[in-house]
Design a protein around this ligand. Structure first.
Ligand code: PLP
Length: 396
């Protein structure tokens, strides 16, 4: 008998297991229904067991599961064409996760300068509080002590500046820099949006210096903010963008989107993936994009985000000892807390509501994008009970 957990204990897991799901509800084996405002951390963009996604996945499963990238993959072509149609991008590479997308984004940016005869342009500037995944490259990009400690030597060539600090960024980025890599809205960092003005300034700085702009929309993309991609609000476009999470609706899928210019160095043999662009993943991803890119769907995300935000403002006002403020865009919302967000998450389990803690003392609310108005009202009612248990205003 081994005393060490069979599953590597890198997570602080709640003692909860879900057997099935329906829309915004995650259901345990004994039938208890939890209102899921975490959605697998912004992954189940269209809820659990969405009938259209189940149909897309099972139809593909009947045909063919896996084909090597040695061959043409029509499902990949279809999804890439959809993403190109609905974004700034001219080309797409598929991955299985956000981390892998970050790795390619870094490689692509460095290769771009190398191909342009400036191989010394390797340094990528990021904001403190960033999260790009857990590979050695992605943790080096973030630089956060809790992620990097003990894993050195780290991949060189990253520099962090304070979040949103344009002066520090201007000082760090020069005509010797490779790229600026940022999340338009930090997710793990605590639902911290950059203003549209700041994003425009960063785009201008990249244009002046020739550094590429890499946007990480793994969490804030795919309709979460009420636009297909969060940067659209600022009226700018990146050179390279990572997406993952919501695009697969729960099936592992990520992608790097790029302009032809930024991607020019990535010729045959420079990158690859066994599973990336797998037909099952792409069949589901194409259905997700078809549904989410619909302007009416996106308008609904914006309307529901505003509704939820308004109700959350009321919640903050009723529990000033627990909450400080609401922030975020669309259905990517955060409650800045005055107590440990982990305590709210834990009491939430008793009230059958799932939320996710983030850095900067923030509780994250990332519901499926098709949550109904009634479910939003129910969610805020449950959050009100959670707060009341903690600030002593509960009846019982
Ligand atoms: C989750 C996340 C990643 C990493 O994605 P994985 O699929 O976990 O590898 C990267 N960037 C951002 C902004 C994320 O939220």
């Amino acid at each position: 008998m081994s005393a060490f957990p069979h599953v590597l204990p890198t997570y602080n897991r709640a003692s909860l297991a879900f057997e099935r799901g329906e829309g915004v509800w995650a259901i345990t084996a004994d039938g208890t229904r939890f209102l899921d405002l975490g959605a697998g951390i912004a992954v189940n963009a269209l809820g659990h067991a969405n009938p259209e996604l189940v149909a897309a996945l099972t139809a593909q499963a009947q045909r063919i599961w896996h084909v090597s990238n040695l061959y043409q993959i029509p499902e990949q072509e279809k999804l890439a064409a959809l993403l190109v149609e609905h974004s700034f991008a001219e080309t797409v590479f598929f991955t299985n996760s956000g981390t892998e997308a970050a790795e390619l984004a870094i490689k692509m940016a460095r290769k771009y300068h190398d191909s342009n005869g400036q191989p010394e342009r390797v340094e990528i500037v990021t904001f403190e509080g960033a999260f790009h995944g857990r590979s050695t490259g992605a943790i080096a990009a973030s630089g956060a002590e809790k992620m990097v400690k003990g894993f050195g030597p780290l991949m060189p060539g990253f520099r962090q500046v304070p979040f949103g600090d344009l002066d520090a960024l201007r000082e760090a980025v020069s005509d010797k820099s490779c790229a600026v890599m940022i999340e338009p809205i930090q997710g793990e960092g605590g639902i911290r949006p950059l203003s549209d003005e700041t994003l425009r300034e960063i785009r201008a700085l990249c244009d002046q210096t020739g550094a590429l702009l890499i946007l990480d929309e793994v969490q804030c993309g795919m309709g979460r903010t009420g636009r297909l991609f969060a940067h659209e609000w600022a009226g700018i476009v990146p050179d390279i963008m990572m997406i993952a999470k919501g695009i697969g609706g729960g099936f592992p899928l990520g992608a790097v989107l790029a302009t032809a210019k930024a991607a020019a160095g990535m010729v045959a043999g420079t990158h690859g993936s066994t599973y990336g662009g797998n037909p099952l993943a792409c069949a589901v991803g194409a259905r997700v994009v078809e549904i989410v890119a619909d302007p009416e769907f996106l308008a609904e995300v914006g309307r529901k985000g505003a509704l939820m935000r308004q109700k959350l403002e009321g919640l903050v006002a009723s529990h000033p000892d627990i909450f400080e403020a609401v922030r975020g865009v669309g259905l990517m919302l955060g409650l800045k807390c005055r107590v440990a967000p982990a305590d709210l998450v834990a009491v939430g389990y008793q009230e059958q509501i799932l939320t996710v803690a983030a850095a900067d003392n923030t509780l994250r609310l990332l519901p499926p994008l098709n949550i109904s108005d009634d479910e939003i009202a129910e969610a805020v009612t449950r959050l009100d009970r959670v707060a009341a248990m903690l600030d002593g205003t509960a009846d019982e």
